[in-house]
Design a protein around this ligand. Structure first.
Ligand SMILES: [Zn+2]
Length: 293
């Protein structure tokens, strides 16, 4: 008997679905999963911000602080009498309502760039360039109190956005948070800590916080807004923005912002007239010691 092989059907091993349809399914799954993770992290971040404990906030800030110094490309000054002065000044500006359980840590950075910033967990960064640019304690206090306003509102935690849940997990499982490892690379690469852009509403709230804290300390708001006004004028003239002060690349400033604060003060009957409080001599020099030995 002659053997006749059975004819192989043409479509064996070939799915009846068109390959492009298969590809679309695969692509859809990948995109869908990515969107799920993306929105999931966003929802988790919004959920976490008001619920995170002060202890966890401090741990997150401690973890990130070295990365801020790195990203600002500055060296931290460890031993300087000016640190104590600024710490005392910030402490005196802290309202009773602010999250006082978190101790403040001041980082004085050696950098010509004028900048002041706050990071979750009570970390405040001030550059020597900024100290050189202020002309009265009133304006120094206002800028510091503005940063306290961001801390009180947890703006820095909010600014971490989708990185926050990941960081929270790192801390809870104690991965890379103990020992001398410093900030894990994943965080250094995913968060640009020096370019945290706050919304106009967040800036306004921090301004109001700053001005009321300065008024509480000095009894009036005169000279508090001088630094802002001066920079606003220079920026208006030059239109170069970032060259003047890096502070305002993260804190966009317009003359309008100053005007709004003055209006607010007038509406609330806050005194905007009073004596200037001078800066201590030598604030621009290490240990307040300027000139020859
Ligand atoms: Zn701000």
């Amino acid at each position: 008997m002659k053997y006749t092989p059975k004819e192989i059907p043409e479509e064996v091993n070939v799915t009846k679905v068109h390959p492009l349809v298969n590809f679309a399914y695969l692509l859809g799954t990948v995109v869908g999963f990515t969107l799920l993770v993306y929105f999931g992290l966003g929802i988790a971040a919004n959920f976490l911000v008001p619920r995170i404990s002060n202890k966890r906030e401090k741990q997150i800030g401690d973890l990130l602080a070295p990365a801020v110094t790195n990203q600002l490309n500055a060296k931290e000054i460890e031993d300087d009498k000016r640190i104590e002065y600024i710490e005392d000044l910030i402490e005196s500006l802290r309202g009773e309502a602010a999250n006082r359980e978190i101790p403040l840590t001041l980082h004085l950075l050696d950098s010509k760039i004028q900048n002041a910033a706050a990071l979750a967990g009570g970390h405040v960064f001030v550059t020597t360039g900024f100290l050189k640019s202020v002309k009265s304690e009133n304006e120094l206090a206002f800028v510091l109190a503005h940063e306290l306003g961001h801390l009180a509102a947890r703006d820095s935690l909010k600014g971490l956005g989708r990185s926050l849940p990941l960081m929270f997990i790192l801390i809870v499982v104690d991965f890379g948070t103990s020992g001398s490892g410093g900030t894990p690379n994943i965080i250094k690469q995913t968060v640009n800590l020096t370019a945290m852009n706050y919304s106009r509403e967040q800036e306004y709230a921090a301004d109001v916080y700053g001005l009321s804290a300065a008024i509480a300390r000095y009894g009036h708001g005169e000279h508090s807004l001088d630094f802002f006004e001066r920079i606003a004028k220079i920026e208006e003239k030059s239109r170069l923005g970032n060259n003047v002060s890096e502070y305002f690349s993260t804190h966009p400033l317009t003359k309008k912002r100053v005007d709004i604060l003055k209006e607010l003060a007038a509406e609330n009957g806050w005194s905007m007239e009073g004596e200037i409080t001078p800066l201590p001599d030598g604030l621009e020099c290490s240990n307040f010691e300027c000139g020859g030995s």
